[in-house]
Design a protein around this ligand. Structure first.
Ligand code: NDP
Length: 401
């Protein structure tokens, strides 16, 4: 029986709160706070209609540490679940430190003025969290999150040694819009326009953004082009699994999405430095976000499935083996259950699961932890029980690309 405070009432926050409300034995009291109270009220209404559970709502600017501290002191949660934007991570961690409250998030910190995401800023809180006797769980979404837990599961049960790991993220959904992103457009566009980077032979190998293309036949989705990209779980997996010689991340994109992105980049609309417009400073990418469809509005029209998983090659009982662990999630099923499409669903469910494991004490510790540092088994069981079932396949041969 525990009180939880969720910050961020976007698509991911909405799914997480719906799933928490479905588990009242663990989440006995839920408060949802966001920059705009109206975002929280919409979610609260849907939660009440779908589950019969009433949640509390609050307004907070999570960039403001004092405001968040005051909210935490008022609500007295056992855990703060940060589902706002990566920009707020450090401010919310500071508020958790000040109030000695556990912390969880799904995306690592990014400064607003540089498209650079890395764990160093959050790992720097290790000693302070330890001294305060509190725990931070970083990256409890799908990727990072489930894909990192899949790697731990592979290491624990399927391979004695992992030599190569490829994370394949396919969204086979179609939302019917010319151009839209499935989660926060600003964060999404910053991520996909960054240079590609993968881990090989103990160092990072960089390449141009979205240039290394590879077709792949995804179960229940079909063949799609996927592109080599940098993604934040590569950094923590390289740190916690130093035996892995090569770790890569691939994401699928359709030709129309890439064409729109290329044009937007060429005309300067993805810039994150300020420009003066009508005497006022604006950031082009933030303006672009304002004219694009809200990801949370895509749920009702999105059809198709996501298929995200890990392919690992290594050794088991002296034999070379390649295994594939993946989840398939249907956009329409996710929408029917929570009113949100599968990209929010596949992130919000693991956020709820990580929170449940912290609140029940199944995962505990003092300091700052990445998700792959914990026993994968209870998390994998909960994925099966809470809407994200996974499967394991043995492949005949390692990937040939
Ligand atoms: P949205 O943009 O839909 O929602 C973000 C929410 O945060 C909004 O409700 C917004 O407020 C709120 N917010 C923004 N700034 C503040 C602030 N200063 N104080 C309080 N609230 C604020 O994003 P998503 O729901 O799609 O994504 C949420 C998080 O999940 C992001 O960090 C994203 O990077 C991460 N993510 C992780 C994935 C993974 O697999 N690990 C995959 C997808 C997303 P309001 O509406 O009230 O104005």
């Amino acid at each position: 029986m525990s009180k939880v405070l969720v910050i961020g009432a976007g698509g991911v926050g909405s799914v997480a709160v719906h799933k928490m409300a479905q588990n009242p034995d663990i989440f006995s009291h839920i408060t949802l706070a966001s920059r705009r109270i109206v975002s929280c009220e919409k979610v609260a209404e849907s939660v009440r209609a779908r589950t019969g559970v009433t949640i509390d709502v609050a307004q907070v600017d999570a960039d403001n540490v004092a405001e968040t501290v005051a909210l935490i002191e008022r609500v007295q949660p056992k855990l703060v679940v940060n589902l706002a934007l990566p920009y707020q991570d450090l401010a919310i961690m500071d508020a958790c430190l000040a109030t000695k409250t556990d912390y969880l998030d799904t995306a690592n910190y990014e400064p607003r003025d540089t498209a650079k995401f890395e764990y160093s800023w959050q790992w720097a809180y290790q000693d302070r969290f330890k001294e305060a006797g509190i725990m931070a769980l970083l990256g409890s979404g799908f990727d990072p999150g489930v894909t990192s837990v899949f790697a731990s599961y592979i290491k624990k049960h399927l391979l004695d040694r992992i030599d190569t790991l490829d994370i394949l993220d396919c969204n086979g959904g179609d939302h019917g819009q010319h151009f839209a992103t499935n989660f926060n457009p600003e964060i999404n566009i910053r991520e996909v326009t960054a240079p590609s980077r993968h881990w090989e032979g103990g160092k990072w190998v960089e390449g141009p953004a979205l240039k290394h293309k590879q077709p792949f036949d995804f179960d229940q989705v079909g063949e799609k082009n996927m592109y080599l990209m940098y993604h934040e779980e590569l950094e923590s997996l390289a740190k916690f699994y130093p035996e892995i010689k090569r770790i890569r991340f691939w994401m699928t994109f359709g030709d129309a999405y890439l064409k729109h992105l290329e044009v937007l980049q060429n005309v300067g609309m993805t810039r994150i430095d300020p420009v003066i417009y009508n005497g006022q400073e604006i950031i082009p990418l933030q303006f672009l976000k304002a004219v694009l469809p809200e990801p949370s509005s895509l749920g009702s029209t999105t059809r198709g499935k996501t298929n995200i998983g890990d392919i690992a090659t290594g050794e088991k009982d002296g034999r070379q083996k390649t295994v594939y662990v993946y989840n398939i999630c249907d956009h329409e099923d996710a929408y029917a259950e929570t009113g949100n499409q599968a990209v929010s669903y596949t992130t919000g469910v693991p956020a709820m699961i990580g929170a449940a494991l912290m609140l029940t004490g199944a995962w505990k510790g003092e300091g700052v932890f990445n998700i792959e540092q914990f026993d994968p088994d209870p998390f994998m069981d909960m994925l099966n029980a809470h809407g994200l079932p996974w499967q394991v396949k043995e492949l005949d041969a390692p990937l040939d690309f």
